[in-house]
Write a protein that binds this ligand. Structure first.
Ligand SMILES: O=C(O)[C@H](O)[C@@H](O)[C@H](O)[C@H](O)COP(=O)(O)O
Length: 256
């Protein structure tokens, strides 16, 4: 695991979303030059959804060979497929419905109408990860993993103080008591998150200043799960000015 973590600050949420979208398009084109296939993990939340919309709206996205990308999610709300709460629905509406992706490569978590039991739904996603994994591994090599961060410091659906953040064996956990509604969720676990080559955390707003400051200052992962978001090659916090309020000056890389 690398300790290379960077903070890139943009003036506001719109310019942040546009900049992350542009960087994603450039980076994924590079990755697809190097590998036959890429695996990207998407996140819910308003900021990451704005990034997806900005990717859709960028003319440069026509240069991406979307068929060669598999899409996964870091977490999902365990609700009906048609619920507006579903992260996959938001991502489809913002981006996936508008680009030539291979439907078989969209790996959504099961909804309650597909699998009624939450633990079976978690096992189902673990199976999907396993089936896409190289020999001897339990999940694919994730090229880019997007994460949002909650005001409480949660990432995916790994919340401070709950059991999920301590899970080291399973690749997917069910969450029965999320402090943020809806209470039932499915989430990748920390070892899977930390296996990603690149983790891109995208955060905007004053309520993210404290979790970001704490994560960078070395808070305990159990108290501030975002502190555990460290990818193998690179971890970048893409943030707006408000979210950057408690970031030490020395960690801020120039970005505009
Ligand atoms: O758990 C959830 O219900 C949210 O999806 C959450 O994980 C979200 O990603 C962050 O809170 C960031 O949200 P914003 O991007 O809207 O700030």
């Amino acid at each position: 695991m690398t300790t290379d973590r960077r903070v890139l600050v943009h003036p506001d949420k719109d310019s942040l979303a546009g900049a992350v979208a542009a960087r994603f398009i450039t980076k994924i084109i590079d990755i697809l030059d190097e590998y036959d296939e890429a695996h990207v993990v998407l996140s819910g939340g308003s900021v990451n959804t704005a990034v997806l919309a900005a990717i859709k709206n960028s003319p440069a996205q026509n240069n991406v060979d979307w068929h060669r990308i598999s899409f996964w999610w870091g977490d999902e709300r365990f609700v009906e497929a048609s619920s507006a709460d579903r992260n996959d629905l938001q991502a489809r509406e913002a981006l996936l419905n508008h680009i030539p992706v291979d439907e078989a490569k969209i790996h959504a978590f099961a909804s309650t109408d597909q699998i009624a039991d939450i633990d079976e739904a978690a096992a189902d996603y673990a199976r999907q990860l396993d089936e896409a994994a190289p020999d001897g591994a339990r999940y694919p090599r994730f090229d880019i993993m997007f994460l949002g961060v909650g005001p409480d410091g949660h990432i995916a659906s790994l919340f401070p103080g709950l059991a999920g953040i301590r899970e080291t064996e399973k690749t997917v956990v069910s969450v029965l008591n999320s402090p943020k509604p809806p209470p039932l969720r499915l989430s990748l676990t920390l070892p899977v998150i930390q296996s990603a080559d690149r983790i891109w955390l995208v955060m905007a707003g004053a309520d993210k200043a404290s979790p970001l400051g704490l994560a960078l200052a070395g808070a305990s992962i159990e108290e501030v799960p975002a502190a555990g978001a460290q990818g193998r090659k690179r971890t970048v916090f893409f943030v707006d000015k408000d979210a950057a309020a408690e970031v030490p000056e020395s960690l801020i890389a120039p970005s505009y």
